[in-house]
Design a protein around this ligand. Structure first.
Ligand code: SAM
Length: 276
């Protein structure tokens, strides 16, 4: 780390309620030389509220690469720079990654402040498993990429978390039904805002009664992990038999059954061994 260089601060800002910003975040935003903001007008309101008068410049996904030189110049001159996004933590479904990588490459200190992000409150309030979870953010817009991603997580027992825009929500749930089957979901709408709502439904309930949802505002969708324990030993045994009859080795049959069911190998092996 070059001590003569400034620090790049990644600063979370509220996702709705203006009070969800830390004392340290305000202090740092006041003390840095410049703040890179996704939308300077939007952030202007927040900064005004906290009487932060630091110079703002735009840093968004369309000029992210071009802005890197400018930010590096400040940092290499020993000046501190903060980066904020429209809401929540920069770098989480928001720009920041390009400058963070460049800063690391140039031995510049990167400090990300803990703070607001939309998926953590949604996950915690969901009541689903928080021990292990997958944050998937926005699904790819390209159909083939989207399908591939959903297939790849369809057997995962951990909780899945998505971001989605309101106008794409119903299509999103149709895709979930196709690739993940019917599951319990928690839809966290307008977190920390006046109309914060949690919907606790199944995908089938949403698809058959869409009127249950108000499709306006911002949404985090938390999906319960796959329930692979629901597959009985007998069913696993039958699947194994199918492959063993086709002259698969035990190892290859176990691997095939794991691929199909997503069940951990140990359990399948135990069942395979008990057949001998
Ligand atoms: N950087 C942000 C974070 O740390 O969560 C996320 C930015 S991403 C461009 C915006 C998406 O985050 C929205 O489409 C929505 O899925 C989710 N989001 C942001 N604020 C939210 C809120 N108040 N309630 C529910 N979801 C929210």
């Amino acid at each position: 780390m070059n001590k003569k260089h400034g620090t790049l601060y990644i600063v979370p800002t509220p996702i709705g309620n203006l009070e969800d910003i830390t004392l340290r975040a305000v202090k740092i935003l006041k003390s840095v030389s410049v703040i890179g903001a996704e939308d300077t007008r939007n952030s202007g309101n927040l900064l005004k509220h906290y009487e932060i008068k630091t110079l703002l410049f735009s840093y968004h996904k369309f000029n992210e690469r071009a802005r890197v030189e400018k930010i590096l110049r400040y940092l290499e001159n020993g000046e501190d720079v903060a980066l904020i996004s429209d809401a929540g933590t920069p770098g989480i479904s928001d720009p920041a990654q390009v400058i963070i990588r460049e800063a690391i490459k140039n031995e510049i200190k990167v400090e990300t402040l803990p703070g607001a992000t939309a998926f953590i409150p949604a996950l915690v309030s969901s009541g689903f498993n928080t021990k292990r979870f997958y944050f998937l953010g926005f699904l790819p817009t390209k159909k083939s990429e989207k399908e591939q991603l959903l297939k790849s997580v369809s057997k995962i027992e951990d909780t899945l978390i998505f971001y989605e825009a309101p106008h794409r929500l119903m299509k999103f749930f149709q895709s979930l039904k196709t690739f993940l089957g019917n599951r319990k979901v928690v839809i966290a709408r307008e977190l920390s805002k006046m109309f914060e709502t949690y919907y606790r439904l199944t995908i089938d309930e949403i698809l058959s009664s869409p009127e249950k949802l108000i499709l306006k505002g911002e949404f985090v969708i938390v999906v319960e992990g796959a329930k692979t324990e629901a597959v009985s030993d007998e069913e696993i045994g039958k699947l194994l038999d199918k492959f063993l009859k086709r002259n698969f080795s035990v190892k290859a049959a176990v691997e095939k059954v794991r691929e199909i069911t997503g069940i951990p190998k140990n359990r399948i092996y135990k069942i395979a061994l008990s057949k001998k």
